[in-house]
Ligand binder design. Structure first.
Ligand code: FAD
Length: 312
């Protein structure tokens, strides 16, 4: 049997694509993945409260949101297989998708394998992850944990600059810790950072230890030139050091940009291979939000449905 549509990945993008494809009676098959995080549901399985996903006025926990999406996909007939896809062959039609124990043929494929935030793996990071340490200021910055406190952002690019500026709405002071002696952020961003009275930039500085008592209370930082260690009493430590898109498996099969993100065409979710679409963080290094992932998952399913119905 040849599948109509295979969806790879089970975050907000994948489940939304599955809901739309299921309702369009495409009988989608989803490989939910296993090795990234060990459970289906994607990045939101690693967080507590999600306060910005529309429809939940009081917020919802990440795992509960994903449980609802998963059940909704199943309700519309999506078949879910908890395996990692380990190989794809887009050079022949139908496409061949090989997972840990299952191999299928498919007319169309939607890739929703997401991305993984880079971490520093400093001492104390595991203990204070979600209790002061975060990889998303837009997601977590408004938490009461950080209101009128001092926080630190790590990174020197546009994301770090954006996150530092965003955090000034809540925190009283934001330390921007930059490994080198200059920023990679755009000139305009740099000017905004330098002009902001609530932002203090520390050059040649990296965090080395996070400490506290159940929640983060401070960090030790090291000067990369002098090796001198000092301390900051901060309640928040935000990593803005980039993400790694989960696309190794697609190298040589579809076009990726230099950072490994899947390139989609114009305002669509189409990749360079006809019949293959990409949605969510795997093709988005700008917004990286659950709602935008879900939005592009919806787009991909609609585009796939139209393409399949034209093919007859
Ligand atoms: P992901 O959620 O990354 O899911 C990708 C899925 O693909 C995973 O299930 C993975 O197992 C699977 N996969 C990977 N490789 C394979 C493979 N080879 N085969 C099969 N499956 C595979 N956003 C918000 O809007 N609000 C928030 O409050 C918020 N908080 C966050 C907190 C944290 C700690 C983090 C890390 C992110 C947060 N985000 C938040 C961002 C949000 O989680 C992401 O933007 C969103 O999850 C992206 O969805 P996605 O479907 O593209 O991918």
């Amino acid at each position: 049997m040849v599948e109509n549509l295979v969806i790879i990945g089970s975050g907000p993008a994948g489940y939304t694509a599955a809901i739309y494809a299921g309702r369009a009676q495409l009988n989608p098959l989803m490989f939910e993945g296993f090795s990234v995080g060990g459970v289906p549901g994607g990045q939101l399985m690693t967080t507590t409260e999600v306060e910005n996903y529309p429809g939940f006025a009081q917020g919802i926990t990440g795992p509960n949101l994903m449980k609802e999406m998963r059940q909704q996909a199943q309700r519309w007939g999506a078949r879910l297989i908890r395996e990692d896809v380990i190989k794809v062959d887009f050079s022949q039609r139908p496409f061949i998708i090989t997972a840990d124990e299952t191999e299928v043929q498919a007319l169309a494929v939607i890739i929703c394998t997401g991305a993984t935030a880079k971490r520093l793996h400093i001492l104390g990071e595991e203990e204070f992850w979600n209790n002061g340490i975060s990889a998303c200021a837009i997601c977590d910055g408004a938490s009461p944990l950080f209101r009128n406190t001092e926080v630190a952002v790590v990174g020197g690019g546009d994301s770090a600059a954006e996150e530092a500026l965003y955090l000034t709405k809540y925190a009283s002071l934001v330390y921007l810790l930059v490994r080198r002696d200059r920023l990679r952020a755009s000139k305009t961003m740099q000017e905004r950072l330098f002009a902001h009275t609530q932002i203090k930039i520390h050059w040649h500085t990296v965090p080395v230890v996070a400490y506290g008592d159940e929640i983060l209370q401070g960090i030790q930082v090291q000067n990369t030139l002098t090796k001198e260690v000092s301390e900051f009493s901060v309640n928040g430590l935000f990593y803005a050091i980039g993400h790694t898109p989960n696309t190794r498996l697609f190298q040589g099969q579809i076009t990726l940009d230099e950072q490994g993100y899947i390139i989609t065409k114009g305002k669509s979710t189409a990749t360079n291979v006809e019949g293959v679409w990409a949605a969510g963080d795997v093709q988005d290094h700008h917004y990286r939000q659950a709602i935008t992932a879900a939005g592009t998952g919806c787009m991909a399913a609609l585009e796939a449905e139209r393409w399949l119905s034209q093919k007859g």
